[in-house]
Ligand binder design. Structure first.
Ligand code: GLU
Length: 280
């Protein structure tokens, strides 16, 4: 009996030790150190936006958000091969940060007052503008032309909100999960236009499979200040990321990434924003 008691007690000690090790291997906010010292950081990006965040058929990742995130992760102490990329669709971003699924998000994520209630932002690191993408021969040329037309945007995006509030409240807005689905709808004729940031639309329009089929309206319908989202209250990470972003601009890496990622789409980006300077 006595022996059994001791065994049960040691089992409990062992169980506690295992639990402690498991807890110690993750800070529950997107970074972890696995067995063998292989620490990892989880970073949220888009997987379907060429030039910004794209998962390639070979499993690698490319785009401006990927390059910014890789630079930021390095400043936080993680090499490129220690990054675990996680897809964070527009409507999932606040939840992913609140749950601690990822340490930070670089996913064409505009800094807004509404989102700041739920998450914190470093940056901005890019200023984009909402625009329209239409078929080459389309007569749609301005926001109000969209009223009564079939328009596609993405759930949880500022683009969809702006259409309903100001740009074209009478447009027949279809909200899908990702912009790639909207673009497929534009090509098939299921929708008349796609709206979101010009940076994103330019990337799609330049794809080989769409080349020569679409045109951007060039309207600058809004200011989209891209920030790096982090969990609310994680001010230490915000400070580190802001320092990294400043360095990325001053050492020329920001411009290098812009040239490499936006060059193919001939996207005319705005100059690098000042940290903390939100253009309303
Ligand atoms: N930048 C806008 C936003 O954060 C639109 C692009 C997106 O959905 O990621 O909502």
């Amino acid at each position: 009996m006595k022996l059994r008691k001791v065994t049960a007690a040691s089992a409990l000690v062992l169980a506690l030790a295992v639990t402690a090790t498991a807890c110690g291997s993750s800070d529950d906010s997107g970074s972890s150190s696995g067995s063998g010292g292989g620490k990892k950081i989880k970073v949220g990006i888009k997987f379907d936006q060429p030039g910004l965040g794209l998962k390639q058929p070979d499993g690698s990742y490319s785009g401006f958000d990927v390059d910014v995130a890789t630079y930021v992760a390095a400043a936080l102490g993680y090499k490129a091969d220690q990054i675990e990329w996680v897809e964070t669709k527009s409507a999932d971003r606040e939840n992913a940060l609140q749950r601690g699924d990822v340490k930070f998000i670089a996913a064409t994520y505009s800094i807004t007052d509404e989102r700041k209630q739920k998450v914190d932002f470093a940056g901005p690191y890019l200023l984009a503008h909402q625009d329209l993408l239409v078929k080459k021969d389309s007569a749609i040329a301005k926001g109000t032309d969209l009223n009564g037309k079939k328009l596609c945007s993405v759930t949880g995006s500022t683009s969809a909100q702006n259409v309903q509030k100001t740009i074209a409240p009478k447009a027949n807005l279809r909200e899908l999960a990702g912009y790639s689905e909207c673009i497929a709808g534009l090509q098939s004729g299921a929708v008349d236009a796609v709206t979101t940031d010009d940076s994103i639309l330019a990337g799609f329009a330049a794809q080989d499979k769409y080349k020569g089929q679409f045109k951007l309206a060039g309207l600058k319908l809004s200011n989209e200040n891209y920030g790096i989202g982090v969990k609310k209250g994680d001010s230490a990470t915000v400070t580190k990321i802001n320092d990294a972003l400043k360095k990325m601009v001053s050492d020329g890496s920001w411009q290098k990434a812009v040239d490499a990622d936006f060059g193919p789409a001939e996207y005319k980006n705005e100059p690098a924003p000042q940290i903390g300077n939100i253009v309303k």
